[in-house]
Write a protein that binds this ligand. Structure first.
Ligand SMILES: [Fe+2]
Ligand SMILES: [Fe+2]
Length: 346
């Protein structure tokens, strides 16, 4: 998914009423998302009413809009603030539907490689995960990237499983039996097996502090990075997509371990600070087990009980695979392209 050039009509947006010249210029990038963001801050919902029939200007605008909406559903309250009261406002729901319908129609065009179309869900998941388990950018990271490039990459990547704890928690709602147990086990690992110091989010915070990881604003990220972040929100806020979510989260687990090992090699080569290591060490170690257990203890029994979920579980894995691959391709172009030729030739 490539960002389309921002050739947008300025139109009559809420931000024009709220802001000045600068605001109007900014609207050329994400006009709907900006207008939504501004309207969500108001105590009077009439500004929102005017947005319900709008359409995003392009993919970047669509994903930025969706990210604002998903924040209302899932972000910590101290971050989203009073805007959270508009979570279910009809105009917000209408925008969500509009943006997601466009996106889903694109995702649904993805098709499995021919040789996987007939495989059962577990085999298809394994094969999908193996296909791009070690993208070239991770090899570049391990062998060639400078330390600032490593930090830049990690700032964009956000870890192999950003927000995974909350996603697992949402995904287990309504499951039962072994699948529910497996997701609970996985969640508890995310929680550092009960040790507050080892909670994965805490480890990531420590990593970020240790390497002085910058927070990269959305408008400086490729549109595929926005899509990658938004995919979790798509799953977390659409009950209907529970089978797809189960597949997508499983694929993340299946692919994370080897990629994290290459990040650790980059740390060794560049002399990273000690506090940077635990986050990637823990994922390098536990995610191969998480992936295996997710397949055998969550997906296998679920498919046995609900054969109609099988195709959809694999479909979710395919979506995650494609969205993540597009993101990594863009980051490769941004950071690594000339040097990567040497890595792949080596
Ligand atoms: Fe994790
Ligand atoms: Fe994991």
């Amino acid at each position: 998914m490539k960002a389309e050039p921002p050739t947008l009509p300025i139109g009559e947006g809420i931000s024009a009423a709220l802001g000045g010249e600068n605001e109007a210029m900014n609207r050329t990038t994400t006009p709907l998302a900006d207008d939504l963001s501004a309207a969500l801050q108001l105590s009077d919902p009439s500004a929102l009413d005017a947005l319900g029939s709008r359409r995003p200007a392009d993919q970047r605008d669509r994903f930025a809009t969706l990210l604002h909406i998903y924040e209302l559903h899932t972000a910590p309250l101290e971050r989203v603030g009073t805007a959270a009261r508009w979570q279910h406002h009809p105009a917000v729901a209408a925008l969500k539907q509009t943006c997601e319908a466009e996106w889903l129609s694109e995702l649904e065009q993805l098709s499995l490689p021919g040789d996987l179309a007939e495989a059962d869900a577990v085999d298809a998941m394994r094969a999908l995960a193996a296909r791009d388990r070690l993208p070239d950018i991770y090899k570049w990271l391990a062998r060639t990237a400078s330390w600032p490039e490593v930090v830049h990459f990690l700032a964009l990547e956000g870890g192999p499983d950003a927000g995974f704890d909350d996603l697992v928690a949402v995904c287990q709602v309504g499951l039962s039996g072994p699948a529910k147990m497996e997701l609970a086990t996985n969640y508890w690992d995310e929680m550092g097996d009960g040790s507050p110091d080892d909670v994965h989010t805490t480890l990531h915070d420590r990593l970020a502090a240790a390497i002085e990881m910058p927070a990269i604003p959305l408008d400086e990220q490729p549109v595929t990075a926005l899509a990658r972040t938004a995919l979790g929100g798509l799953f977390a806020t659409n009950r209907w997509l529970q089978p797809e979510m189960l597949g997508a989260l499983g694929l993340i687990e299946l692919q994370a371990g080897p990629r994290c090992r290459l990040v650790l090699q980059a740390f060794d080569r560049c002399g990273a600070p000690e506090a940077a290591y635990p986050f990637y060490e823990v994922h390098a170690e536990v995610d191969p087990r998480h992936g295996k257990d997710w397949l055998e203890k969550a997906i296998e029994p679920t498919v046995r009980d609900h054969p109609d979920w099988a195709e959809r579980i694999v479909r979710g894995a395919l979506w995650r695979s494609a969205v993540n691959a597009a993101f990594l391709a863009d980051v490769t172009t941004m950071l690594a392209e000339p040097e990567l030729a040497e890595v792949t030739a080596a």
